[in-house]
Design a protein around this ligand. Structure first.
Ligand SMILES: Nc1ncnc2c1ncn2[C@@H]1O[C@H](COP(=O)(O)OP(=O)(O)O)[C@@H](O)[C@H]1O
Ligand SMILES: [Mg+2]
Length: 326
């Protein structure tokens, strides 16, 4: 077993990060280069905070609009470090059974039936041992939080992604804070599991509500903004390589214009990539009004937003975008 059930208070992590935590010798620049190798283009702020979270062994809290690239940071970290990605997708009402552990009732039942059958054939009665067996690790289903705490300390640290924590309720947030502070999880029937080495933790929030200060204090915080024009051009070129360089610049410029329209859902990087792919599939090499009209649904996903863009003028959008792009 990779963790030791006991009830002593958790020591704070101290000293340099253990070797199975990647600590890039070249600082934030190394992090940026490593993320880029896995198709993620981070700006200096993000690369720095990822670097600090690895060195300081602190959870990373990424907040920002939907589609700006928060979840992808955890996915790329996992591919880079080789640590298993353990993902908790939060939603209202998420509880211990989905996030931490649950008992495998059907297997427990089978085990109990087998014990009963044995008892009948031997004329003995079911013993307390059988009950203990039912609540042993054999029947424990480890959900991502417990799996992260009990990961093999010899292997690469898993990357625990707590995605869209703003959707979960206060109780879950408080519980998460406790686990992140103690690096321990208690299963009443078995005791406390304590991480030998804490996992790499990435928490994301779309900021549909404010998170508690205590959780923020525990983490290193970074607001993930929409990319700059030049970075978005680069993102299009690596994520939608079928799109030529001129069209890539026009798309990035048009997306920038759309974000300035105070839309209900401004396009994120995800929409930019979708749009570029759609235009690529249609064989476009330049942006024009007809192409924008035909593909508007891949970049704006609300009717009201599409209407707002049309009211502002798609021809004007194309004109301004090509001026910016050139
Ligand atoms: N900086 C970036 N470099 C490369 N791809 C990115 C970047 N930011 C976002 N993406 C891509 O955009 C899409 C949406 O990103 P995601 O992480 O799911 O957004 P969020 O979690 O913020 O809603 C993904 O396909 C991701 O790969
Ligand atoms: Mg996400």
């Amino acid at each position: 077993m990779s963790s030791v059930p006991n009830s002593a208070p958790a020591p704070e992590p101290e000293g340099p990060a253990p070797s199975r935590w990647p600590v890039p010798a070249g600082g934030p620049d190394d992090v940026r280069a490593a993320l880029e190798r896995y198709g993620y283009l981070a700006d200096e702020g993000l690369a720095t905070v990822v670097y600090l979270s690895l060195v300081m062994r602190r959870p990373l809290l990424l907040e920002g609009d939907a589609g700006v690239g928060k979840t992808e940071v955890a996915k790329v970290l996992s591919r880079w470090t080789g640590g298993e990605l353990l993902r908790i997708q939060c939603y209202e009402g998420i509880d211990v059974a989905q996030a931490v552990y649950e008992w495998d009732y059907s297997r427990q039942l089978l085990h109990l039936r087998a014990a009963e059958a044995r008892a009948v054939s031997t004329g003995a009665s079911i013993t307390a041992d059988v009950e203990d067996e039912l609540y042993s690790e054999r029947f424990l289903v480890r959900r991502p939080l417990l799996a992260a705490i009990t990961a093999d300390p010899e292997g690469p640290s898993p990357v625990l992604l707590v995605d869209e924590v703003d959707r979960a309720d206060d109780d879950f947030e408080a519980f998460l804070l406790e686990v992140l502070s103690e690096h321990a999880v208690t299963v009443p029937e078995l005791g406390t599991f304590r991480a030998v080495v804490p996992p790499i933790v990435v928490i994301t929030s779309n900021r549909t509500r404010d998170l508690h200060d205590a959780l923020k204090r525990r983490c290193l915080y970074h607001w993930v903004d929409h990319p700059t024009f030049e970075r978005e051009v680069e993102i299009i070129s690596i994520r939608a390589p079928s799109v030529g360089p001129v069209l890539a610049r026009e798309i990035a410029a048009a997306v920038e214009q759309l974000r300035g329209l105070s839309l209900y859902k401004p396009p994120g990087v995800a929409e930019t990539i979708d749009w570029a792919e759609a235009l690529g599939v249609l064989g476009r090499t330049r942006l024009d009004e007809a192409a924008v009209e035909a593909t508007l649904g891949s970049v704006l996903k609300y009717r009201e937003d599409a209407e707002k863009a049309r009211a502002a003028g798609l021809g004007e959008l194309v004109r301004a975008a090509s001026e910016r792009a050139s």
